[in-house]
Write a protein that binds this ligand. Sequence first.
Ligand SMILES: [Zn+2]
Length: 138
Amino acid sequence: MECGGCGARVKNNGEECSSCGCYVTTSFFGRRLDKYYWVKAVMDTVDYLNRQEPAILLNLHKKSKRVLIDLSGVKFIDSMGIGELVALSDRQGYMNQDIRFVVDNESVYRSLESLGLLHVLDVHKSVEEVLGVWDIGK
Ligand SMILES: [Zn+2]
């Protein structure tokens, strides 16, 4: 499979990419940055097939206090995927992490809104917005 961070070949799901150091799953990659852990979707759909991948990536790097789940470019999230976002958000309590989501697609944003989840999930419209809230640069 291909590393979403740099395009290099990675053998297994959840493995660390030897060229860029990202953790790689089929539909996401996780990159340890200075001040936060960036988990980025590389496919435009989050559904029952790949919904557990962000949790896999978070479990590989539990020490980050700040986690950005970047769903920029994601155009569709099915109900199981949405359930998983809520489960990820729950980690804030028991893992003591600050977990923010970036959703830039209008229809995904509206479906979260219609389910009342904008009160449950910490959703932002861009990575820059989250970094501003955290008061950190890139
Ligand atoms: Zn890589």
